[in-house]
Design a protein around this ligand. Structure first.
Ligand code: NAP
Length: 318
């Protein structure tokens, strides 16, 4: 293997967790590669306005924040490549234990690996969801809301993402019906206050979407009230689905320990069950998935990878 494919640290995932880890390992003068996926994008890049990341009281767009983080890592020497990661295998580098990272664009070797692959939107799993995706079914307001100018839209979910996205979509749509399975929202209070004060947003409580209607494009949804079992149809031109996340961890399913929802189990130093493999950000089991917790995890993962690699090489400051 040529030297250009050998690293001290390979970081899989170019979101806030991975980029922060890269800033730390690059400043520690470890040869660092960040693998950016072309199949999955960071949830942050789909966020219109972030107003709970310290230092940006007036808010910042997700794309802008991510670009700044990438430039920051590049400044300290982080290298980048684009590829989908198929797996990680045990290997050797000189006489050190190492990991082989298999991308569809090539195979790399590294003394340590940081998994920062984030999570993606869950699907509802109701009839016609798949065939009408891109034809009125969407998981991204920032990408698709402008197509629904003066249209009627349904938003599904009661968490931060559903409410934040409903607020964003209300800049375009005529009316939004937010369908939630309970009679109150999970979202942060400040988002709830804004949604309740927004004339364009109505709430359909205690209800779930059971089917999406339309032939070639969305024309409505069927909803069922969970308390009364009454079924109704809501006419709409689009449905935006925000019912939580699934971690992007399939490629390491048999490698590191995970919980029953496939979130990677990492300790407070972001160590996984395999020596030399660390994990951070939205793909790990934890309570609070925020940009600020992802960057905190990333710093810890980067530092732990540094200690691990320096110890292997016998250069640790002990
Ligand atoms: P979430 O917090 O897990 O909320 C998912 C929502 O969807 C919940 O209200 C849940 O209902 C509902 N739901 C789940 N499965 C459902 C189903 N099959 N049918 C109907 N409804 C269903 O997910 P999220 O809103 O995507 O947020 C993910 C993480 O990112 C969270 O930690 C969140 O705080 C964070 N986030 C933060 C911000 C911010 O700080 N500005 C913005 C976006 C996301 P129940 O409430 O009944 O469980």
């Amino acid at each position: 293997m040529t030297d250009d494919k050998v690293y001290d640290v390979i970081i899989i995932g170019g979101g806030p967790a991975g980029l922060t880890a890269a800033i730390y390992t690059s400043r520690a003068r470890l040869k660092t590669l960040v693998v950016e996926s072309y199949l999955e994008v960071s949830q942050v890049s789909l966020t219109d306005r972030i107003e709970n990341y310290p230092g940006f009281p007036d808010g910042v767009t997700g794309a802008n924040l991510l670009e700044k983080m990438k430039k920051h890592a590049e400044k300290f020497g982080t290298q980048f490549t684009v590829g989908n990661t198929n797996g990680i295998n045990e290997s050797k580098l000189d006489n050190y234990p190492a990991w082989e990272v298999v991308l569809d664009s090539g195979t790399y070797k590294s003394l340590s690996v940081i998994i920062a692959t984030g999570a993606k939107a869950s699907k509802l799993g109701v009839p016609r969801e798949k065939e009408l995706t891109g034809k009125g079914v969407s998981y991204c307001g920032v990408c698709d809301a402008p197509f629904f100018k003066e249209k009627d839209v349904v938003v599904v979910g009661g968490g931060d993402t559903a409410v934040e996205e409903a607020l964003y979509i209300s800049k375009f749509a005529k009316n939004i019906k937010l369908v939630h399975r309970r009679d109150r929202l999970r979202a942060t209070k400040i988002l709830q206050e804004r949604a309740f004060a927004n004339d364009k947003i109505d709430f359909v409580w205690d209800s779930v979407v059971t089917e999406i209607l339309g032939d070639g494009k969305v024309t409505g949804v069927k909803v069922k009230n969970l308390k009364t079992a009454k079924e109704d149809e809501i006419q709409c031109d689009g449905i935006f689905i925000y019912i939580g996340l699934v971690p992007n961890t399939n490629f390491v399913e048999r490698l590191v320990d995970m919980d029953d929802r496939k979130y990677i189990i990492a300790d407070s130093s972001m160590k996984t069950s395999k020596p030399g493999i660390f994990a951070c950000g939205d793909c790990i089991k934890k309570d609070l998935r925020q940009i600020v917790t992802a960057t905190g995890d990333g710093a810890n993962a980067g530092y732990s990878a540094q200690l691990y690699v320096e110890k292997l090489k016998g250069t640790a400051y002990e």
